[in-house]
Design a protein around this ligand. Sequence first.
Ligand code: SAM
Length: 231
Amino acid sequence: MLFSFIGFIKFFIFVTNKVKMDKYKVTFKTWNKVASLYEDKFMELNLYNPSYDAFCKLLKANAKVLEIGCGPGNITKYLLAKKPNLKILGLDIAPNMIALAKKNNPTANFKIMDGREIGNIQVRYNAIVCGFYIPYLSKLECCNFIKDCCKLLSENGILYLSFVAGNPNDSGYKTGSNGDKMYFNYHNLKDIKSNLLKNNFRIVEQIEVNYPINNIDFETHTILIANVHST
Ligand SMILES: C[S@@+](CC[C@H](N)C(=O)[O-])C[C@H]1O[C@@H](n2cnc3c(N)ncnc32)[C@H](O)[C@@H]1O
């Protein structure tokens, strides 16, 4: 009886882990597949430029910047146009995104890497930029991510974070027009803010952008810019 109970628990853990793994596998595969489509749609989009300007204003001309979930390098390209001496390293899980980011930014560095591994990076950065990366992290992963960012930033380091604030219970698979699926996480704004504060960040700016999803409706996108304050 006891053996079968332990067997059941083991089986339950196995199934839970498998579902979790598949969620990432499916999402990463889709990002790799849609890299060029994403580039076409977002490379020149100027909707978020005021928020990039607000972030860029806080950076020294030759600051070391880490971009996580860099996609085709659209944010890096914008930042380098404003401050060409920034030293930027961009990370993304999707090889096709990294190939496009390199093509779009010959003076920056890029690497294929799972953003959930940033805790292993030994170098310190003056700033970290994450455009719509945390929608692909669970609540717990997002807490760890903010903790890791605090460790990776030098004194007074700046963090740029954009996401779609909402009820985490609404998180789930979204299917694109071509049938490809991605697992999308909504994060509670209050939770993100309190996590930032817990990890020594001070929120410098909060910006809300109305992103049109069709001719009538829009979705609110939130951008937080924060700095690590010295204790
Ligand atoms: C919505 S796109 C954002 C691209 C760009 N930062 C922007 O704001 O337009 C999300 C990007 O995050 C990447 N991504 C998702 N999960 C990741 C992970 N665990 N590690 C690294 N990159 C990830 C995807 O491959 C994709 O390029």
